[in-house]
Ligand binder design. Structure first.
Ligand SMILES: [Zn+2]
Length: 309
């Protein structure tokens, strides 16, 4: 079985690993100072990957990136505002060839997580599924009849956070109006909270994140209950849109906010009442592999799904 190097670029850190057919053989992490640039990180990344390369050389590198990428050209097309903006157009293939003597494949992080879960995690028994990652933003991906959905330019299925769920909603960072992400993500929380009457403890939270808001809502805080309700409704609407678009039998929720116990039952109930599908509504599941899913996907990306490019 062949070993591969895997990189997962996140908001607060970059994870690097050496993987072999569902097993992580070595792992390193780069903590990121915000904001940071690709140029600042590349020398450290090169050092970690060189160390992980090992005596039995790996066969290729996969990079899971949190933005729009063109898998065919191996280039980043667009990044979230303020995150690795200098990665747009960067020649990852040239870099990996020159510095590591390895070929590289670039993919959207949500699609890599879906691929990892399909081969080694919660979606092993499913060929038709969508993934919805809930956290700082909202990511998504789709699997149809066993194939990851990429589309003409690689954008298909990964913009689930920017599906319109409220036609009169707020303007999103992407420029669209009423995106799920503008109504239910960590970055949107300060605006959502500021719009509420100044009662209870919500406005005084030391850390404004989804976990803190959901914890407060469980204690009955009126404002937190309202924000939680809005988030759950937006996530459920986005999940339903993805199910209708991709004919899925599974909805996999991942990311930090997916751990909240309210999330899976709420989305499941929403699909039960509103999904138009044959037979049983799609089953809603939590990811089984956590942050390792996008790393473990290196093997199927290189060995199983490369010909789909
Ligand atoms: Zn948007």
């Amino acid at each position: 079985m062949t070993a591969y190097l895997a990189v997962d670029v996140g908001g607060s850190h970059i994870a690097c690993a050496r993987v072999r057919s569902g097993t992580i053989e070595g792992r390193r992490e780069i903590r990121l100072a915000a904001p940071t640039t690709l140029a600042a990180v590349l020398p450290v990344l090169e050092a970690h990957l060189t160390a992980l390369h090992g005596s039995e050389l790996a066969a290729g590198v996969s990079i899971a990136f949190p933005g729009l990428v063109d898998p065919r050209s191996g280039r980043v097309v667009s990044t979230p505002a303020g995150k690795f903006e200098d990665a747009v157009g960067f020649d990852f293939s040239g870099w990996a060839s020159e510095r590591l003597s390895l070929p590289v494949r670039l993919e959207v992080d949500g699609r890599m997580a879906l691929l990892g879960e399909h081969h080694y995690g919660a979606l092993r028994d499913a060929d038709d599924a969508v993934l919805l990652s809930l956290g700082t933003g909202i990511g998504s991906a789709a699997l149809m009849q066993g194939a990851v959905v990429r589309g003409r330019s690689g954008h298909a299925s990964v913009l689930g956070g920017h599906l319109t769920v409220a036609i009169d909603g707020p303007t999103c960072l992407c420029g669209n109006v009423g995106c799920a992400e503008a109504l239910a993500s960590s970055w949107a929380l300060p605006r959502l909270i500021a719009a509420l009457p100044r009662r209870g403890a919500l406005h005084d939270l030391a850390a404004t994140n989804l976990k803190a808001v959901f914890d407060l809502a469980r204690g009955g805080d009126e404002g937190a209950v309202a924000v939680r309700g809005g988030c759950l409704a937006a996530w459920a609407a986005a999940a339903l849109n993805l199910v209708h678009a991709y004919d899925a039998t599974r909805v996999l929720v991942t990311g930090g906010a997916a751990a909240a116990p309210e999330v899976v039952p709420f989305i499941q109930a929403h699909l039960r009442h509103h999904a138009w599908c044959l037979g049983e509504p799609p089953l809603v599941l939590r990811g089984a592999l956590g942050a390792e899913a996008a790393l473990l996907a290196a093997t199927p990306l290189w060995e199983t799904h490369r010909d789909q490019l």
